[in-house]
Design a protein around this ligand. Structure first.
Ligand code: M6R
Length: 606
């Protein structure tokens, strides 16, 4: 994974490298570094940890110059140490890399035979050695770069600078994203557009196989056949709003509380509340001919797809095939012209999801995507993009993107149900009316934050927790467990409530919090029965749901009453107390809530 930036200019660029690395840090924050060519020397600074560590290092030991590269890392090969941080400089070349070199061991072995000395455990350093060896043989930088890249397999992007060339950057894209930015007398190469918009709005997307030779005045692109090529320059209209905490302690907290607003925007895009109809123009594909949807995504996005499975099957009466993106593409799932493929991704850059998309596209599928970043790779590969309007999500734990994904999915389910003549106009109205109440019902959940904090205290003292639910509350249980794991590092499992008795109930004792998700739905009574099975075995129940029977009073249970308004709104609303619960547990434990260990916001390696 990782974020990379290169700048060719005729002014000092160290500060711009650092600013861009900060914008790229959603791609990883295990270590960071920069290299600058100045007066035929490569100056390098790199350090373990977040970009603030690099900023401190540069204050103590400054470097500057007009041409340089920067990197923020999510470790794949080699621990997140300073030695493994990028750039990797070997004599005459310094480079940064995003992706994985799959044949690195084989290449390393062949170099070891030549007594090459390695200072890191990374796959990246091999590339620097290979290029440097070519340079030593008297090859030009571009020939050295191309000869080396030919030997590499995997998906990657590489950006290199050279000691004796104070105005030359060479970059290659083979599977990982790279864009070029243009300004008069200044050119850029970067992992994504949004991280560049503080420097320029004029950009080109590179294509796979492209090699770029750039200096402050010129950009030359060679395609995969080494033919000189042009990539259109577009002007990106909006700058990414650089998010600030606006008085909140953490981005995750801010993003949880933004949900009533962003959900309203998302709902208003897909539905017309003046006459309670779907905005049909947002779905410019004829969905009436499809009998099956193949849904995929990763992590939270995958759980959004799992919730939607129930909606598509129940409301739109369409078959669903759903799997993790990392599994789907290797399963040889049966695809035909009666199915279309649906991809869910906040970032639109997740490598597993993108690879699954390419697999489905190569098999002739129509591609529909639900994304937050509408300029992303997944969006660009899609026949129809359904945006979610969550706005920038900075916290690594996905919150508002999840609930906004659910709105887009609910809208698609209603649209398909409508074009297939499965729901009547009145049913459409009722569903829309139900969704209209979601923002207000989430505000009601916020009123219960103090009660949620008390529940968080119980969980913060536990080593493990179980979340149970039925129907759409089952994927919400999985999502609640994921939120808790990723930011508090407490082990948690989401289990279908009816499945608990088939094994996992053996884990239950007085020390095991069992978070029971029981909104007022078809499964309510059955979920309560499952809860009683846990109570009988001494489990420590935390109830989150509808208190139809004054359940908290009668059974002296701890928990909160959550009001929902129907089958579409219920999972959207139920997700919110679980986000707050995880947030407060992590806060009580003093964890790094917005940038939890070992994670990154966008996972761009398979
Ligand atoms: O950007 P994406 O939606 O494709 O990301 C997918 C997952 O990596 C992401 O949802 C991850 O699971 C989150 N950290 C969960 O909070």
């Amino acid at each position: 994974m990782c974020g990379i930036i290169g700048i060719a200019s005729n002014r000092n660029i160290c500060k711009d490298l650092l600013d861009t690395l900060n914008r790229l840090s959603y791609r990883g924050y295990d270590s960071a570094g920069i290299s600058i060519v100045n007066d035929k020397k490569i100056l390098e600074r790199k350090i373990k940890g977040k970009i603030s560590n690099l900023e401190n290092l540069l204050e103590l030991s400054p470097i500057d110059g007009a041409l340089g590269i920067g990197h923020t890392r999510w470790a794949t090969h080699g621990k997140p140490t300073t030695l493994n941080a990028h750039p990797h400089t070997v004599n005459n070349v310094s480079l940064v890399h995003n992706g994985i070199i799959e044949n690195f061991q084989e290449l390393k072995n062949s170099l070891l035979n030549d007594n090459t000395f390695y200072s890191s455990d990374t796959d990246t350093e091999i590339i620097s050695h290979l290029i440097d060896n070519e340079l030593k043989l008297g090859k030009t930088p571009i020939d050295s770069f191309l000869n080396t890249v030919k030997k590499l397999s995997g998906a990657f992007a590489i950006v290199a600078i050279f000691k004796d060339f104070n105005n030359l950057i060479i970059a290659g894209k083979r599977g990982s994203p790279l864009v070029i930015g243009y300004n008069k007398d200044e050119k850029y190469i970067c992992s994504d557009v949004n991280s560049l918009t503080n420097l320029t709005k004029k950009i080109s997307y590179l294509e796979d196989g492209d090699t770029v030779i750039l200096n402050s005045n010129r950009v030359k692109i060679l395609d995969e056949n080494l033919k000189k090529s042009k990539r259109s320059i577009i002007t990106v209209s909006s700058d990414r709003v650089v998010s600030s905490l606006s008085g909140y302690d953490h981005f995750m907290q801010k993003e949880i509380f933004e949900q009533p607003d962003v959900l309203s925007q998302s709902l208003a895009y897909y539905m017309d509340f003046s006459d309670f109809k779907m905005n049909e123009d947002k779905f410019n594909i004829d969905f009436s001919k499809y009998e099956k949807i193949v849904i995929t995504g990763c992590g939270t996005a995958y759980y959004a797809g799992m919730v939607a499975k129930y909606w598509f099957e129940n409301i739109a009466k369409i078959n669903i095939e759903i799997d993790y993106a990392s599994e789907l593409r290797y399963r040889n799932v049966l695809l035909n012209d009666k199915s279309f493929s649906l991809f869910i991704s906040q970032s639109g850059e997740t490598a597993d999801t993108l690879a699954a998309l390419k697999f489905c596209k190569d098999n002739g599928q129509t591609i529909v995507s639900i994304v937050n970043e509408v300029e992303s790779s997944i969006a660009k590969e899609s026949d129809l993009v359904l945006p979610i309007f969550a706005g920038p999500e900075i916290g690594v734990a996905s919150t508002k993107a999840f609930t906004c994904q659910l709105v887009a999915l609910a809208s698609l389910a209603l649209h398909i149900a409508k074009v297939k003549n499965i729901i009547s106009i009145d049913e459409e109205k009722n569903f829309i009316n139900e969704l209209l109440h979601v923002p207000k019902l989430i505000l009601d959940v916020f009123e219960k934050e103090n009660e949620i904090k008390k529940l968080a205290k119980i969980i913060s003292k536990s080593k493990s927790a179980i979340f149970i639910g039925r129907g759409t509350s089952y994927p919400i249980a999985l999502e609640g467990a994921l939120k808790l794991k990723e930011i508090s590092y407490i082990h948690a499992e989401g289990i279908a409530a009816g499945e608990l008795k088939h094994g996992a109930i053996a884990l239950v004792d007085k020390n095991m919090p069992v978070i029971v998700l029981a909104p007022e739905d078809l499964f309510y009574v059955k979920t309560l029965s499952n809860m009683h099975e846990v109570i009988s075995r001494g489990g420590n129940i935390i109830f989150i749901g509808s208190c139809l029977d004054d359940i908290l009073e009668n059974t002296k249970l701890q928990g909160i009453n959550v009001e929902t308004s129907g089958k579409l709104s219920s999972p959207i609303i139920m997700a919110v107390p679980l986000q707050l619960l995880a947030y407060h547990v992590a806060k009580l434990l003093g964890k790094d809530i917005d940038q939890p260990r070992n994670l990154a916001k966008s996972v761009t390696v398979e």
